[in-house]
Design a protein around this ligand. Structure first.
Ligand code: NAP
Length: 290
């Protein structure tokens, strides 16, 4: 890594807490590989200090920053512009400076679809079944729409929340292909599912013996289906182990994590970034913590 000096440009991540964030690892690894005069720092910012912090970032000429919990929605009124993707999702995870202020987008969509795009499949007859209806599910719905899935089933445990999700989505962009279901319906949905995505935290470390789906239900998926878990610790989750045991192709959340990071770094630097270096740096940290 280049020595920090008077000319070094600043990037970073805001969150509270932020000490668990893997973003500094992958971004600084890419910056070092490219030999650029940048540094990416963690900024723990309490919710009540968000506005002051953003004004401070402008004052010190920060180039851009990532946003994690709990600021992904709260940041929006402090920005001069957000992209249609961020608007549809209702959350921003990447911000950069423009002549008129801060502009925000959400790179989770690009991160989520990257491994699916690499398959070069036509998704126009495909059905996605998404487990969970929180923040990450919104990025997954946006991704499935971008890939032009024919049908998207959203599965949740609270009918009011499901209805609110569908309503808010249809307000931004009417989406007849989006249907909502309670978990009791999952068994019926699986035989027509091409892509099954877990966006719930069920199975995340330390609850590694949990899965949102029973092993027996996995057998209802067509053999060509794909199971995708947004969780990246453990790697693989029980959900993905169950899917693999019935011969289903799997993707884990690490791919999404570094792909969304790569997309953000590319936006800030205005040049291609070494995706493999970012992937390897994350794997090194996760393996050393395992
Ligand atoms: P969130 O907004 O809290 O949403 C979680 C969803 O899971 C909610 O719909 C919640 O249902 C549901 N849920 C929680 N516990 C459940 C249970 N025991 N049974 C059934 N449903 C349950 O969280 P999020 O931000 O969407 O994140 C979700 C997961 O995605 C986390 O594991 C996160 O680490 C991961 N993620 C990964 C990436 C990546 O880059 N790989 C990016 C974003 C998120 P209710 O609404 O009914 O409570």
């Amino acid at each position: 890594m280049q020595a920090i000096q008077g000319t070094t440009q600043l990037l970073g991540v805001i969150g509270y807490p932020v000490k668990h964030s893997l973003s500094p690892v992958m971004h600084n690894a890419a910056i070092a590989h490219l030999g650029l005069d940048y540094v990416y720092l963690p900024f723990p910012i309490k919710p009540e200090n968000l506005e002051t912090a953003i004004a401070g970032f402008a004052a010190i000429d920060l180039v851009g920053f990532s946003i994690t919990i709990p600021h992904k929605q709260a940041i929006i009124p402090l920005l001069s512009e957000i992209t249609p993707t961020a608007q549809a999702i209702g959350a921003v995870n990447t911000v950069w400076r423009t002549d008129t202020g801060w502009k925000g987008t959400n790179t989770d969509v690009a991160g989520f679809i990257a491994p699916l795009q690499a398959l070069n499949r036509d998704w126009s007859q495909a059905t996605a079944t998404i487990l969970g209806n929180g923040g990450a599910a919104r990025a997954v719905v946006a991704g499935c729409l971008e890939l032009e899935f024919a049908k998207i089933h959203l599965v949740g445990r609270n009918w009011q929340k499901l209805e609110a999700f569908q309503r808010s989505w249809n307000t931004v962009a009417p989406t007849p292909s989006l249907e909502i279901h309670l978990w009791e319906n999952l068994e019926q949905l699986l035989p027509e599912t091409t892509l099954l995505v877990n966006t719930t935290p069920v199975g995340m470390h330390p609850q590694v013996d949990n899965s949102p789906v029973d092993r027996a239900l996995m057998e209802k998926l067509p053999p060509t289906a794909i199971a995708y878990d947004l969780i990246y610790t453990p790697k693989p989750t029980l959900f993905l182990k169950q899917a693999a045991s019935v011969g289903i192709t799997t993707f884990d959340g690490l791919e999404m994590l570094f792909q969304q990071g790569a997309e953000a770094l590319q936006l800030w630097l205005g040049q291609p970034v070494p995706v493999d270096i970012m992937r390897q740096s994350l794997l090194r940290v996760l393996n050393s913590n395992a």
